[in-house]
Ligand binder design. Structure first.
Ligand code: NAI
Ligand code: 13P
Length: 324
């Protein structure tokens, strides 16, 4: 199965490296000509995944049409750009493995819904889980959820993408797998705020646990399964990104907690903090479904410039309620 990767940010590049194990040829589409040049000439993605020597089996291209030679396509652009990128490709009935974590602003579509509308004949899979790109590219042990409704295809994809250090667990719950990844980015911003504002470890644990409760409420209301949300793609990824400054979402939150403006923090980034885009659309989608998401609402207010102390006070003053 020849793999093509759409998007050569940190994660697309790390996944290309995984797919190229055993010198299997991989075609990686990059939007930036300088990224194409540096991968092909020097086997490095200096812009998005520096200091990692890439397999010579990875060839980069700036031409989306070149992906026509691939048997399966990994979709790894930021969620807000998936629609524009996918509608520019002729996919036919080739499998699309969705690796972006987010919900589309405006339309409120999950990435699987964007893909299904753009390419109704393409089988859809989701690959998600606790996966810092630099660790995966360095060959550190990592486990992911690979979700696809077609049992034969999910086994084939898991076999093709598994590597010496990457272990996919399979699932048929596509919606559950992608909602975990989208929602945890918003909750990671909240945990970063807690860290930046010096609110302590107890508060961070409370945000993780109550955040997981709201991730599960939303995921189940949207058609996912609670057990998927409690797995690698939900709780696993939540724990990872709520605990480390290696997370772009956590570090964005940390800057906000330290008193900086979200708009300023976002302005000079070349890398993506998906939670900043997902938070408002998640709040809207939850409101439509009648799902309470107080941590998500707090993150939205903080992204809009609200005072950290006032927002924490508001969360703590909510009426007491049963935990379950
Ligand atoms: N970096 C990581 O450790 C992981 C990232 N992800 C997800 O993968 C997705 C991609 O993130 P990264 O690879 O980290 O990106 P990145 O932050 O390393 O790089 C930004 C990417 O956005 C692309 N981009 C910017 N404007 C664009 C446009 N108009 N159209 C298409 N692409 C555009 C750039 O070409 C570049 O590939 C996100 O949804 C992220 O949540 C998932 C797991 C791990
Ligand atoms: O999704 C990720 C790890 O699983 C990467 O998290 P950040 O986008 O917050 O860096």
């Amino acid at each position: 199965m020849r793999i093509g990767v759409i998007g050569a940010g940190a994660w697309g590049t790390a996944l290309a490296q995984v797919a190229a194990h055993g010198d299997a040829p991989v075609l990686l589409w990059a939007r930036e000509p300088e990224v194409v040049a540096s991968i092909n000439a020097d086997h490095v993605n200096a812009a998005f995944l520096p200091r990692v020597r890439l397999s010579a089996a990875i060839r980069a291209t700036g031409d989306l049409a070149a992906l026509g030679e691939c048997d399966a396509l990994l979709v790894v652009t930021p969620a807000q750009h998936v629609s524009a990128t996918l509608t520019a490709i002729d996919v036919g009935d080739r499998p699309l493995v969705l690796c972006a974590k987010g919900i589309e602003a405006g339309s409120r579509r999950l990435v699987s819904e964007i893909a299904a509308e753009a390419h109704p004949a393409a089988p859809i899979a989701v690959l998600s889980g606790p996966t810092f790109a630099h660790e995966v590219a360095a060959g550190k042990p990592t486990a992911v959820t690979l979700a696809c409704e077609d049992a034969a295809l999910r086994m084939a994809l898991a076999d093709r993408l598994a590597g010496p250090a990457l272990r996919p667990y399979h699932s048929d719950d596509v919606t559950g797998a992608e909602i975990g990844g989208a929602v945890k980015n918003v909750l990671a911003i909240a945990c970063g705020v807690v860290e930046g504002a010096g609110l302590g470890q107890n508060a961070r644990a409370a945000v993780i646990a109550r955040g997981f409760a709201e991730m599960t409420r939303f995921g189940v209301a949207r058609g996912g399964r609670a057990e998927t949300l409690a797995g690698l793609s939900g709780l696993g990824d939540l724990v990872l990104t709520c605990s480390s400054t290696a997370s772009r979402n956590f570090s964005l939150g940390m800057g906000i907690g330290e008193g900086r403006r979200a708009a300023d923090l976002l302005a000079d980034r070349r890398t993506v903090a998906e939670g900043a885009f997902t938070a408002p659309v998640l709040r809207a989608a939850a409101g439509e479904l009648g799902v309470e998401m107080p941590v998500t609402e707090a993150v939205c207010a903080l992204l809009d410039g609200a005072d950290v102390g006032a927002i924490i006070g508001r969360l703590l003053a909510r009426p007491l309620r049963a935990e379950g």
